[in-house]
Ligand binder design. Structure first.
Ligand code: FES
Length: 129
């Protein structure tokens, strides 16, 4: 189902899970090399599942809304399940089809999250684009 523009703007103006956790197991930042926008995740795990997650940083409407939707989606899910997701899987969950130029914006948080989990697991991140 395609995300309506109004829903996207709602996530942009009122992002869910925005902020920084005081008690976390993972803290990781990443940036979009094309624009310099940054994201910071703090994540609390329990039994290899995401118990809580927050994000912060500067980003465009697409990156901020996708980070908001991403953090809602991954709460309660296992980190292995998240690692198995492809970029296309996440773009379907995001639900808004960005232009080819803006796909990196929509994937900034998702890719950063996968890298953060891999680093936490001490696994190589070479297969994450
Ligand atoms: Fe920077 Fe979209 S323009 S993340």
């Amino acid at each position: 189902m395609e995300l309506l523009y109004e829903e996207l703007m709602d996530h942009y103006k009122d992002p869910r899970n925005y902020g920084v956790l005081k008690d976390f197991d993972i803290k990781e930042s990443d940036s979009n090399p094309l624009c310099g926008d940054e994201i910071l995740f703090t994540i609390k795990l329990e039994d290899e599942r995401i118990k809580d997650i927050k994000f912060s940083g500067a980003g465009c409407a697409i990156s901020r809304s996708s980070d908001s939707i991403l953090t809602e989606y991954v709460k309660g899910r296992s980190i292995n399940e998240i690692l198995k997701m492809s970029n296309d899987d996440f773009l379907k969950i995001y639900g808004f089809k960005p232009s080819a130029m803006r796909v990196k914006c929509a994937l900034l948080g998702f890719i950063a999250l996968k890298k953060a989990i891999l680093r936490y697991l001490n696994q190589p991140i070479k297969n994450v684009p």
